[in-house]
Design a protein. Structure first.
Lengths: 114, 111
């Protein structure tokens, strides 16, 4: 089924560990983004990409890296996990910001850092 | 700081009633989008309204946009228990490359 696939769905990390959250879409979307969602905070943009090889920072980029080597994949790397990074992470993609279909979201990765 | 802010933060209604929520934003936009999030799930796009549109309908949803007041409203008519969810407005900023979200309105529809 076409859509945005995020893996893993759940993850527990120890402080200082690193990991990569995977995001893949099969809709040939140019735009891809990573958000984190914390209780009472809504969604905050971490990083985004407007095409392969092009990435830029969002509101809360510190502690995270991204790369976009292909149109399909947009992994998010946590360099040294901290308890403040405990959150639900969502990947989203779109043809463009103005498309009437909006963004397509993945089902999320729930990350706990202990 | 967030571009969009929803009001109210929470809303509780009986099945069959209408639900109205509002979104205010800060900078000029070329479109505004509404999303729904069911508990524990990703967001689902509901409707997009462009800056040159004042009202748009999709099924039981009605969205209005007032660019002079920098505000939008989402009306859900004849609500159902399945409409229980959080609803977010989102606007593109930074030349359209970033989509920013408000804090959301939690809607509870009681059967």
């Amino acid at each position: 089924n076409a859509g945005v696939t995020q893996t893993p769905k759940f993850q527990v990390l120890k402080t200082g560990q690193s990991m990569t959250l995977q995001c893949a879409q099969d809709m040939n979307h140019e735009y891809m983004s990573w958000y984190r969602q914390d209780p009472g905070m809504g969604l905050r943009l971490i990083h985004y990409s407007v095409g392969a090889g092009i990435t830029d920072q969002g509101e809360v980029p510190n502690g995270y890296n991204v790369s976009r080597s292909t149109t399909e994949d947009f992994p998010l790397r946590l360099l040294s996990a901290a308890p403040s990074q405990t959150s639900v992470y969502f990947c989203a993609s779109s043809y463009s910001i103005g498309t009437p279909y909006g963004y397509t979201f993945g089902s999320g990765t729930r990350l706990t850092v202990v | 700081s967030q571009q969009g802010e929803e009001d109210p933060q929470a809303l509780s209604i009986q099945e069959g009633e209408n639900a109205t929520m509002n979104c205010s934003y800060k900078t000029s936009i070329n479109n505004l989008q509404w999303y729904r999030q069911n508990s524990g799930r990703g967001l689902v796009h509901l409707i997009l309204i462009r800056s040159n549109e004042r009202e748009k309908h999709s099924g039981r949803l009605r969205v209005t946009l007032d660019t002079s007041k920098k505000s939008s409203s989402l009306l859900i008519t004849a609500s159902r228990a399945a409409d229980t969810a959080s609803y977010f407005c989102a606007t593109p900023v930074a030349a359209g490359n970033k989509l920013t979200f408000g804090g959301g309105t939690r809607v509870l529809v009681k059967p």
